[in-house]
Every structure is written in C-alpha cells, then in structure tokens.
Design a binder for this molecule. Structure first.
Ligand code: LLP
Length: 432
C-alpha cells in the first residue's frame, strides 16, 4: 500500500497536494510519504513477531537522513555497505550497534571505522576479507563480529543485474566451501563468529526462491551454529514490490485492482519462512530496502515539450536518467500519472528526458492522457534506488527531496546548485 491518492482530480501525498510542493520546490522533485514508510516497516516487523529478530533496513535503497530517522525511530537497524553509509547512520541518529556491514570490497579504513563504532556484524564475502578484518581487529585489540555470506547457488528468478545468489555472481562464498571457511575462521584469534548470512537477489515477487535457499542452507546453519555458538542468521533483503498496475487505467491504488494477482506480502513471506527458521533457535535478521521505501516515494516532473515525430508521440519532461536511472539500466517499469488527473482518450507516448542519449526514457508507447507544456507528471514507486542512483550527467544538479507527514511537508534535501556540481573541480595552474 501507499499514501499517494487522488482527491478530486488532484494527486496528493498524505494530506498534501503535490501541486503545492511543485510550486514551492520546483521539479524534478522526489516526494516521500512518512506514513507509508512507517506502515511498510511495521508490517514486516510485526510479521516476524514470533521470532527474535532485527530488521536492518538496506539503506542503499534510499539513504536520505529523514527516511533513515523515520526508520531508526521505529527501531530499525541498518545494512550498510560503506563508511559513508555508516557515517550517515550516525548522522541520522541511528545506532551503529544495530548495523551489519556488507559488500565485497571493504577497505582497511572502513573496517577500522566500523570496529571503532561497535557494529553488530560484518557480512564477510571472502577469505582474504576475513584475514584483513582479523588483522585490523588485532591491531585495535578487539574481536570483530562476523557472519560469512553463503552463496547458496539458488536462482532468484529476477533481473540479471540484481541477481546475487548464483555462482555467476561475485557475492558470498560458495555453499560447498562455507564449512571449511568457518573452520579456518574459528582459528583466527580476533574473529568472533557471530552468525551466517545470505542474500539471493532483489525484487523477488515469489517466495519460492527464498524458500529454496533457506531449505538448502538450514541444515548447514544448524550444524555450524551449534559448533561455533552463533547468535544469528540473516536472510538478506529482496522482497519485491508492485510497480505495474494490473490495468493501465490510471488507477494508482493498485492493491485494490491487483487483488487477484500474486503479491509477495509480509504475511506470505513470514508464513513460509518463519516455520523454517524457528527450529534453528537463532535470532533472524532481515535486510529489506525496496520493500520499505519503494512505493513510499514518487518523482515529480514537468512537461517541457510534446513532440510528434515519425510514428511517435514524445513527451519531453524535465527529469532524466540522471534523476532516475532504473528504466534505462534495468528496463524497469514505473507507472506514470498526471498530477492533475485528466479524462479523455489515452495516447501512446514515449516519456523521455532531455539527456543526449536514446536510453534516456521513462516509458515507451505508454497510454497517457493528453498532456501539454507545464503539466506535471508523477513517476510512481520511485522511492527505492531512485534518488540514491542520481548523477550529475549532462551537468544536471541532483533533484530536491521532500518528506510529507500528514499535512506537513519539509525539504529534506535541497536541490543541488550548479556551483555545488563544479566546486570540486579546479584548473591546473598552467591554464591561468
Ligand atoms: N542485502 C544485500 C546484501 C543487498 O545486496 C541488497 C541489495 C539488499 C540487502 C537489499 O535488497 P532489496 O530488499 O532492496 O531488494 N539498483 C537495483 C537494486 C540493487 C540491489 C542491490 N542489493 C534496482 O534499482 O532495482
């Protein structure tokens, strides 16, 4: 569910008209709903209530500090992948002791920083990394808490660029090798074997791959847990969301029109996995990103031109692939709706940005109401992997971000100015 809806013909986020935000902050503009964030976090958290568990929000999905603070206040931990992300947790008022540190390329400096701040666990992706963590911890006279990331070689059945749990991928340690790695790790003096971790991919809309992966690793986990006295198992993130409505009817409250469709809800997820996890007797960690924030954000953009050429109707908007790269990068679908609803016939349209690449599009041949210069459109389900993947390509500033809370709204990231973009650059003295 989400808290974007029409009231009359106007698109609202909670009790705030999107038009009023456009007037105040301009476009392109990311708008996030705090109640949606809260609702999604709590639904997932409650579905696991029979287990000792911790939800570590994968902040790579959206690391705006206001989003993070919302979740930290609800008790979330965080899944971080860099020193920068861990510093953001601290800046946003989160607790480093509830953080897991993932990623295949942790530097010495990052390991040292994480150890200094007492993180919950490193998710270790290779033996050289284990050796490095041990060495840094020894230097600091500490014991580093670690979990080895198991690659179960189970296909998540999702887009190739976001599949992580097969032997084609760079992630984790092959299932068959894990036992040996734990045995060698147990001899490292500055390593504390605290748990085990897996993550098979992102945007999974079926529970079966999760089920297969948990079933595959459970016997190994149970053996290793008793041998080394583990405390936790992390089953990663990856719960998918609905991007595409069942019908292209302009209906944005898709949970009403998609009732017959299979959706991976927290209750389906928990009903399947909790009975498999419970007998392990371990604390269960989850690392959801998209599920929490994906449907909680939209990207609002203004139409600059409408152009008919060849056989196509192009709607040229002021947002571009530098603001939301998912369609260009993953061919992903984002529903597009007008900020002021319009009746009338729908015209197949290509919605494109101003960047000089043919890949700079948000939709192709999408039936849209007739729009003209100055009209605003909203790209839905843009809360996850939207703003965070933004860039300055074509010397375009990063979009502004707003958080809505009931009737209130606040700018939570100002629009990046052009000065901000080039202030890191300098000309060599021989040009002066
Ligand atoms: N844990 C690990 C180890 C991960 O690598 C990821 C995502 C997550 C958790 C969170 O996954 P989620 O619950 O959000 O599916 N940019 C892509 C998605 C990349 C996902 C990377 N890893 C997209 O826009 O679809």
């Amino acid at each position: 569910m989400h808290d974007f809806h029409y009231s009359g013909s106007e698109l609202f986020c909670e009790a705030v008209a999107i038009r009023s935000l456009v007037e105040k902050y301009g476009t392109p503009l990311y708008v996030y709903s705090q109640s949606t964030l809260t609702d999604h976090f709590q639904k997932l958290d409650r579905s696991l209530s029979t287990l000792d568990h911790m939800v570590c929000y994968a902040m790579k999905a959206n690391s705006n500090q206001a989003v993070m603070r919302t979740l930290a206040d609800l008790g979330a931990g965080f899944d971080v992948v860099s020193e920068g992300e861990l510093r953001r947790v601290i800046a946003a008022g989160g607790d480093p002791r509830k953080c897991v540190f993932a990623g295949v390329g942790k530097t010495e400096a990052e390991i040292e920083f994480a150890l200094k701040h007492g993180i919950y666990s490193f998710n270790v992706e290779s033996e050289p990394e284990l050796a490095r963590i041990n060495a840094v911890a020894a230097r600091m006279k500490k014991r580093a808490p670690v979990a080895v990331r198991v690659n179960p070689n189970v296909d998540a059945g999702t887009h190739a660029k976001i599949t992580t749990g097969t032997y084609e991928n760079k992630f984790g340690i092959a299932y068959e090798k894990v036992e040996g790695v734990y045995s060698r790790a147990s001899k490292l003096k500055n390593i504390n074997l605290r748990g085990i971790q897996m993550h098979i991919g992102s945007q999974l809309t079926d529970v079966k791959p999760f089920e297969r992966a948990v079933a595959k690793i459970a016997p190994l986990v149970s053996k290793l847990a008793s041998r080394y006295g583990f405390e936790f198992i992390s089953i990663g993130g990856g719960i998918g969301i609905v991007y595409e409505p069942a019908l292209e009817s302009g209906e944005i409250n898709w949970w009403k029109t998609t009732a017959a469709r299979k959706i991976l809800t927290p209750s389906v997820y928990a009903t399947t996995l909790v009975p498999m996890l419970q007998p392990l007797g371990l604390r269960v960690l989850l690392e959801p990103g998209r599920f929490i924030v994906g449907n909680a954000g939209i990207l609002v953009t203004r139409v600059e031109y409408v152009k008919r050429t060849g056989r196509k109707n192009f709607v040229i908007v002021d947002a571009a692939m530098n603001d939301l790269i998912r369609p260009a990068f993953y061919d992903s679908y984002h529903q597009i709706v007008p900020v002021a609803a319009k009746g009338g016939a729908r015209i197949p349209s290509d919605v494109v940005g101003p960047i000089c690449e043919s890949g700079d599009y948000f939709a192709k041949d999408r039936p849209l109401p007739k729009v003209g210069e100055g009209d605003c459109l909203a790209l839905l389900s843009a809360g996850a992997y939207g703003s965070v993947m933004g860039s300055n390509y074509n010397t375009r500033g990063l979009a502004a971000e707003v958080l809505v809370h009931g009737k209130q709204s606040a700018l939570v990231r100002r629009r990046q100015s052009l000065d901000d973009i080039w202030k890191l650059e300098s000309l060599p003295e021989w040009f002066r």
